[in-house]
Design a protein around this ligand. Structure first.
Ligand SMILES: [Zn+2]
Ligand SMILES: [Zn+2]
Length: 92
């Protein structure tokens, strides 16, 4: 999953400073204004974010990349199953 990043308005890749009708600017403004699912703050500008929507047909579902990484609990944290077996059997 690639992180997104929106430049501040007026920057080279950011939306125009003034209201405009460019589709790219509109999309960027909408993404920056949407709320992170974790901290409920605006995604904002110049912060990494992920789009965690389930399918391409869903509306955008944006979270800060830092919030997502903090809140992520997954199978990657599992202990090596072999490590706990070695001294678990007193019968030998
Ligand atoms: Zn524009
Ligand atoms: Zn957040």
């Amino acid at each position: 999953m690639a992180a997104g990043y929106i430049q501040k308005p007026g920057r080279e890749w950011g939306p125009c400073l003034d209201p405009c009708s460019h589709l790219d600017c509109k999309a960027n403004r909408e993404m920056a204004a949407s709320l992170c699912k974790y901290c409920h703050q605006q995604i904002g500008y110049e912060r990494g974010f992920y789009n965690v929507r389930e399918t391409a047909n869903d509306p955008n579902d944006l979270v800060h990349s830092s919030c997502h990484e903090t809140n992520q609990t997954g199978p990657n944290i599992e202990l090596d199953p072999d490590a706990s077996l070695s001294d678990a059997d007193p019968g030998l």
